[in-house]
Design a binder for this molecule. Structure first.
Ligand SMILES: C[S@@+](CC[C@H](N)C(=O)[O-])C[C@H]1O[C@@H](n2cnc3c(N)ncnc32)[C@H](O)[C@@H]1O
Length: 306
């Protein structure tokens, strides 16, 4: 399948899918028929690879297209463990969510959510605590188009979706969907998994400034869970991945352990501190040795605001 589908959504922004056709975002494309929820069509550029769809391919999902699969094949040719690295990244989210809910967290803000892939964060959180409240955010319209799967909350809890860019953290924090769902006077579990390496610094320390803005808005007892790709173990391979993504139109900046650690400055790291994504509190001891550090290629940590 490569384009042509027209999926509507009713999550506060009117977006339709316009598979790979020229950009058409004007209101003349809106579907004005009574009862229709689609608005102006947004060009999803299905002819171009996109990070969320490449990741969906690595996870074995179905929301990816030829350009995404071509880029994914290039990544796999230099980094054959990409499929495993994606899966263990996702499993870090599963484990941290379980851990944080069991520790009493009831509010979650997940930025860079990705295309829904069950179990999603709310499936796990509300499976343990049905009253958990979750706000999802991504800047990719295709994630928005599939957001219905993220909005199937328990009656006791609540989920919401904010279409926004992490480069504008103030807009995320001010979004009505977030303010209606989360009480920012109470602890929030913030997750930024496999997201911040899509934010380049361009000499301005942008990524850390963004994370600091988000951290500052949250009260004591809040947590930050994060994964981030690193060049520390195989710099040449990771540089090739940066070039493949750049060729596909996406900039990446992988960061060292020290740069990753700095995202948590002022907060208390939970055990075991900074680890490879599969080594952060593995479910079974053998999971910690499932892949080498270079095959995982991604740091993970969780910290709590004092
Ligand atoms: C590799 S996926 C990770 C998905 C999910 N967090 C996980 O770890 O399973 C990265 C996601 O971040 C989103 N993303 C990339 N840049 C972004 C930005 N500037 N603002 C918001 N989301 C962004 C992409 O659209 C994609 O859905």
């Amino acid at each position: 399948m490569n384009g042509g589908c027209n999926v509507g959504c009713n999550v506060g922004c009117n977006v339709g899918i316009n598979g790979g056709k020229p950009d058409r975002t004007s209101d003349r494309n809106a579907d004005h028929r009574p009862g229709r929820t689609t608005g102006p069509l947004v060009d999803l550029r299905l002819d171009r690879a996109h990070s969320s769809r490449i990741y969906d391919y690595f996870l074995g999902g179905k929301t990816n297209f030829l350009a995404d699969r071509v880029a994914a094949a290039s990544v796999l040719s230099v980094f054959p463990s990409a499929l495993i690295a994606a899966r263990i990244n996702r499993e870090f989210m599963h484990r941290t969510t379980r851990c944080l809910v069991k520790a009493g967290m009831r509010q979650f803000l997940d930025i860079g959510t990705g295309i829904p892939t069950p179990p999603n964060l709310h499936d796990i959180a509300q499976g343990i605590a049905p009253d958990a409240r979750i706000v999802y955010t991504d800047n990719d319209p295709i994630v928005l188009a599939h957001a219905a799967a993220l909005l199937l909350s328990t009656p006791e809890g609540r989920t919401a979706y904010v279409q926004s860019d992490v480069n504008n953290p103030e807009a995320i924090l001010a979004a009505p969907q977030l303010r209606d769902t989360l009480d920012l006077r109470k602890p929030v579990a913030l997750s930024l998994n496999a997201l911040m390496h899509f934010v380049t610094d361009d000499g301005r320390d942008r990524a850390h400034t963004i994370v600091d803005t988000l951290k500052s808005a949250l009260p004591s007892g809040s947590t930050l869970a994060m994964t981030h790709a690193t060049p520390d173990f195989s710099p040449d391979t990771m540089q090739k991945i940066v070039e493949i993504y750049r060729g596909a139109g996406t900039v990446l900046q992988f960061r060292s352990r020290g740069e990753f650690l700095r995202f948590f400055e002022g907060w208390e790291l939970m055990e075991p501190g900074v680890a490879l994504s599969h080594q952060w509190r593995p479910d079974r001891p053998e999971d910690a040795t499932y892949v080498t550090d270079a095959e995982a290629g991604c740091y993970a940590a969780v910290a709590r605001k004092p």
